[in-house]
Design a binder for this molecule. Structure first.
Ligand code: SAM
Length: 242
């Protein structure tokens, strides 16, 4: 996979690259590049943003600045780039990142992540340059860099060979192997600690019974999570019928 991150803070990713699974993925031939919007801005003084039409606080990342950065990197009109690679805008209101979405991105040969800052993107960037939007949760971060790292981390660890143990990414929370449920609990030595005992079944050596117990625990966690989830709130205006 060729993963490109467009950002105003490429140096943030220096640390990210030192993570073991990222290093492993890069050693296997995958690529992670960071591109600074400021390096190719057509505006003077390194300007990349501007005040919003219609008024309001904050600054908006300009469409011409993002186009210049994409053109310089890919040598094509960014409108056509979408036929060659997934171009993902990071935005709080985007498609929620989940395991199936991560699998989808991990299967792509080339992905571009666009990080916003300030008030976010001029909407024409989303409309004309992007194939997808992604949100890492229903809250607002100061910028897209941490969100891009979340996406990159989740995607890169799915690539074959990125994790040390081949089974590590197979049977884990939300995977198909667990029918999308959270993972079962793990325990390690000591088997007894302060009177807290490891479930007997895990010490039994019965592989099938251990497997069955784990699946049951995983299903139970899915039910518990469902039960504790807040009731979905409608964003529709209040119904004023009497
Ligand atoms: N004004 C925007 C809004 O209300 O939706 C928030 C802009 S936020 C301060 C700046 C940038 O951070 C966004 O353009 C996006 O790239 C990134 N960002 C913030 N929260 C995010 C989230 N939950 N998921 C993905 N990206 C996020």
């Amino acid at each position: 996979m060729q993963l490109d991150v467009f950002t105003l803070f490429p140096q943030w990713f220096d640390w990210f690259r030192t993570q073991r699974h990222v290093e492993n993925a890069l050693r296997l031939g995958h690529e992670l590049a960071c591109v600074n919007y400021r390096d190719t801005t057509p505006l003077s003084g390194g300007q990349v943003d501007d005040t919003p039409f219609g008024g309001g606080a904050g600054m908006v990342l300009r469409v011409d600045v993002v186009e210049a950065a994409l053109r310089a990197r890919y040598d094509c009109d960014p409108v056509d780039l979408r036929e060659r690679r997934r171009v993902v805008v990071l935005t709080p209101g985007g498609r929620q990142l989940d395991d199936p979405f991560v699998d989808e991105l991990a299967a792509e040969p080339a992905v571009t992540l666009l990080c916003g800052r300030y008030e976010g993107f001029d909407e024409r960037i989303v409309e004309h340059f992007a194939t997808d939007t992604v949100s890492i949760g229903r809250y607002v971060l100061a910028g897209g860099e941490l969100a891009a790292m979340v996406v990159a981390d989740a995607v890169l660890r799915k690539l074959p060979g990125a994790l040390g143990h081949v089974d590590s990414a197979h049977e884990e929370s939300f995977s198909a192997a667990l029918d999308g449920a959270p993972e079962y609990p793990h325990y390690t030595r000591p088997a007894e600690y302060r009177g807290w005992n490891v479930p007997e079944i895990l010490l039994s050596g019965h592989h099938q019974r251990v497997h069955d117990w784990r699946m049951a625990q995983s299903r139970q966690r899915a039910l518990d999570a469902e039960a504790s989830a807040p009731a979905s709130r409608s964003h529709e205006p209040a119904d004023d019928r009497d």
